[in-house]
Design a protein around this ligand. Sequence first.
Ligand code: ATP
Ligand code: MG
Length: 496
Amino acid sequence: MDVILDHPVYKRIGATADRLGIQAYAVGGVVRDYFLQRHCTDIDIVCLGSGIDLAQAVAADIDPHITVSVFRNFGTASFHYRHGDTVWQVEFVGARRESYHHDSRKPVVENGTLEDDQNRRDFTVNAMAVSLNNDTYGQLIDPFGGIRDLNEGILRTPLDPDVTFSDDPLRMMRAIRFAAQLGFRIHDNTFEAIARNANRIKIVSAERITTELNKILLSPTPSIGFKLLQKSGLLPIIFPELSNLKGVETVGQRGHKDNFYHTLEVVEHVAEKSDDLWLRWAALLHDIGKPATKRYDEKLGWTFHGHEVRGSRMVKRIFTHLRLPLDAKMKYVEKLVLLHLRPIILSEEEVTDSAVRRLLFDAGDDIDDLMTLCEADITSKNEEKVRRYLRNFQLVRKKLIELEEKDRIRNFQPPVKGEDIMTVFGIPPCHEVGIIKDAIKDAILDGIIPNERAAAWQMMLDEGAKLGLTAQHPADTANTRHSSTASCANDTSSGS
Ligand code: ATP
Ligand code: MG
């Protein structure tokens, strides 16, 4: 079978390789994706000779200005290459043989044949090569039945799977990731070997594991990946908190739902609506606090009171273990986990303006994602219940839009600032300032006063008077600032 790789860089590489008198092949993911008609911008080239020399010669032939990155320790070199709107990365390596020792992650690497190189690859579908030299251009070298497995949608290792997985246990994660990404089935022998070697995953760095977890989460059907991780025994090792969600406890006739499968259903629902990795993480973690808060109550049955608070507090530890970023993205996930019950509670009762304003206030710009998550969280088998929830949700969404237009609560900035309060009453920073600020905020959220400066100003004067404060500068002149030595009402009436 001939494979006509259409990108012009392949002919170039072939021509340069001919000139140097060495053989060059496109290999691995790029060949697999050609057959699957998947877009692929990472081109891997293997040659019988020095990958570094070939990379430099090809780059010089294309354009002398191209910078080649050389990794002498690994014997690889790569460069970026712009063609049309796309930037391609082309990576070169000399064919190699790898031998592993049980107690080390680092293989001994020697020069090898093309066959040696194909042997060290992870799956048959990833081990195909296509010749690029002129006289054999497009010839497919497929020693392990990669085409057959591609057609049947099967992932299996080229060699004995126990050897392949023990050599580099990350390949177990890759198998499951490809199953989720491509919708392929892992061959029984291969899957059984994953289950047998699951413990070996402990020698793999958290970064490499998390790269695969993120790819599973971003795949079209993340639940496939997480179910396989659980079934193979990998999940309890790499992500025990998620694995702990699995199982149903019963007292008498009463059981609760299996929170692992429920969580995966929610992730699937969110994945239908959004490609955002962090929203998908929030979905994966939304009920993570349930095992720790589970109680059985004679009257209420199973309860998980406070699981959103507990879960939100678990996010940082999980992100730390998995080497996920501890920045605004983590804060976003914490916030969504913390707030994930709010829209549903709100829609269970009468949807009041005040509750909707408070939700907007707490969620800020993440309100739309929170609504998406919360809607995805409705997985009841009771169709009438689901319909009722979704109807109420429509109402919440409508109110959110109306109130946001009217009151601009999203990213709320108090119309009267703490500094205004201090200046007006001639007081330093103290408890009373907070009391007045909160009273104004609550009045706005409850719709008692509009979100406007004049109304807020009047309320400040009234609240100050209630606290026994005297307004020294009652008019709103915004620009006069007085430093003050006066003390707070509470300081002078001590003893209460
Ligand atoms: P993707 O680019 O979507 O991650 P890929 O299969 O292209 O998938 P790469 O990491 O780009 O994966 O690697 C390219 C090729 O290198 C693979 O197709 C495979 O042949 C080989 N390979 C990568 N990682 C491993 C590994 N851990 N063990 C064995 N072979 C590997
Ligand atoms: Mg790739």
